[in-house]
Design a binder for this molecule. Structure first.
Ligand SMILES: [Zn+2]
Length: 77
């Protein structure tokens, strides 16, 4: 039961840009797909509204309203 991480929503104004960190993830509000903010390779959500281009260092999303920022937290033991 060591991988019992949970995702906590982080309020953020995406018009200011898209933060990235090892513990930050983006969720597509349409399909519910969760992508790491620093993926090792290009990655898109299942419905393709959200896409992270690693080489260009950018995140693409149709509408910021469809995007959620999540932080992965591990329970304290
Ligand atoms: Zn999606």
């Amino acid at each position: 039961m060591s991988e019992d991480a949970k995702y906590v929503a982080v309020p953020f104004d995406f018009s200011q840009g898209y933060p990235t960190a090892p513990d930050l993830f983006y969720q597509c509000a349409v399909c519910g797909g969760i992508l790491p903010s620093q993926p090792p390779d290009n990655l898109g959500c299942p419905c393709n509204r959200l896409f992270i281009d690693v080489e260009a260092g950018r995140l693409s999303v149709e509408e910021n309203e469809k995007l959620r920022l999540l932080r992965r937290e591990f329970p304290k033991t």
